[in-house]
Design a binder for this molecule. Structure first.
Ligand SMILES: [Zn+2]
Length: 409
């Protein structure tokens, strides 16, 4: 495949060249003869890697499944997704891990990896499965798989291989339970105490720790006291706030960790430099379930465009977007052939029109859940074509359905 006249970053500066992809790999840059995909006027990003999605398969496939979820990923410019283990049954044993791999292999349209889950009782199970990454919930969240007591936390922290990412949802269980009794919901304190506990345990165990969906300037800095801490942020904590969007979204505004105040949202932008990765935390529920209090937002089809829109307003630079949404997740999760437009890397390319404006409409989305917290938003910056290992995966008429995902973890 030849991608003709694309603009992209090569060696730190913007160039305009053809990109040649052979046998699924980027083979060269320059001028090439032959049939080509026209990318005139478009900017090429490395295919994005979303390290934090919930595709709900198995067990909750009325919300999403590996096919619709990877369709949503491709529509949003992601060519690789890493799926969380709080499915039903949870992915906390070798046998469930194997079953889920089979499902993903059969249905996925983009590349994928599966995070393994830490439970209160599976220290040996983790050792047996030897996963590349481990997700640990310190407090209760969707899926009820928290490993909240100190002994279990410590055992996971000290037993899981130290250079592999231990992904932590850092809301402290004891704090959540106490505050619930006091009728105070899920306050910032649960995240602050969670991050402190986890950071100290990580230091004690001398291990890498990856903080999922960090929401506060303060917790980013608390986490970074430890040099092996990695920070993820999710778009909704940067683009939505309790005051601004809570009223508009009503019961649909529920998400864990919750939307923060407008002041805290703005402060979080001030911590972007210390952030290592963006994870959409795509967590679809049906509208009926949202009305009954389910927590979580879909995010795969809006994540990139929200940041491109912010780029157009001068709030973030393109190299930051490329690094935190592709190159850095690839490095953190050991995806050696992903995350860069360079010779020898996988031919995963997301072509965007940086200037095109579009209106967010959930009924045009590929996700099964049928709603979005960004309904009606006008965003500047749109995904136009997506290439997965040299094959057209999505264009203006939608996801082709002709690509097949492979396991990368
Ligand atoms: Zn999540």
């Amino acid at each position: 495949m030849i991608i003709r006249n694309a603009k992209f970053y090569l060696g730190g500066r913007v160039v305009k060249k053809d990109i040649l992809i052979e046998k699924g790999k980027i083979a060269g840059f320059g001028k090439f003869k032959g049939e080509a995909m026209d990318a005139e006027g478009l900017f090429a990003l490395p295919g994005l890697i979303d390290p934090h999605v919930h595709l709900r398969d198995p067990g909750m496939t009325h919300k999403e499944d590996f096919e619709t979820g990877t369709r949503a990923a491709l529509a949003g410019g992601c060519t690789t997704v890493l799926d969380m283990p709080n499915t039903r049954p949870p992915c906390t044993s070798l046998s469930e891990y194997r079953k889920k791999k089979e499902i993903a292999k059969r249905k996925a349209l983009c590349d994928y990896g599966l995070h393994f889950g830490a439970s209160g009782s599976n220290i040996q199970g983790v050792k047996k499965a030897r996963p590349r990454s481990l997700k640990l919930y310190m407090g209760e969240s969707t899926g009820r798989m928290h490993a909240g007591n100190m002994l279990t936390l410590w055992r996971h922290f000290s037993n899981f291989p130290k250079n592999r990412p231990l992904i932590v949802h850092a809301e402290d269980q004891e704090t959540l339970a106490a505050m619930k009794k006091e009728g105070r919901g899920r306050p910032e304190a649960a995240e602050k105490i969670g991050v402190e506990k986890a950071r100290i345990l990580a230091q004690e165990a001398d291990r890498v720790i990856y903080f999922a969906h960090t929401t506060l300037f303060e917790t980013v800095h608390l986490a970074k006291i430890w040099k092996k801490s990695l920070i993820e942020v999710s778009p909704h904590h940067l683009f939505l706030s309790r005051e601004k969007d809570g009223k508009r979204l009503k019961e649909f505004s529920k998400v864990y960790p919750p939307l923060r105040s407008e002041g805290e949202r703005r402060e979080l932008w001030g911590a972007l430099y210390h952030v290592d990765a963006v994870g959409s935390d795509h967590a679809p529920h049906t509208p009926a379930e949202k009305r009954k209090g389910a927590a979580g937002f879909p995010g795969l089809e809006t994540s990139l465009s929200l940041f491109l829109d912010a780029y157009n307003r001068g709030e973030v630079e393109l190299p930051w977007i490329i690094d935190r949404m592709a190159e850095s997740p690839a490095r953190i999760f050991g995806l050696k052939s992903k995350g860069r437009i360079d010779k020898g890397y996988d031919g995963d390319i997301t072509l965007v029109d940086l200037k095109e404006e579009w209106k967010v409409k959930a009924d045009e989305f590929a996700s099964k859940c049928g709603w979005t917290p960004y309904e009606g938003f006008r965003l500047k910056g749109k995904v136009k074509k997506v290439v997965l290992r040299g094959k057209l995966a999505a264009d203006e008429s939608g996801v082709t359905g002709k690509t097949k995902g492979k396991n990368v973890l």
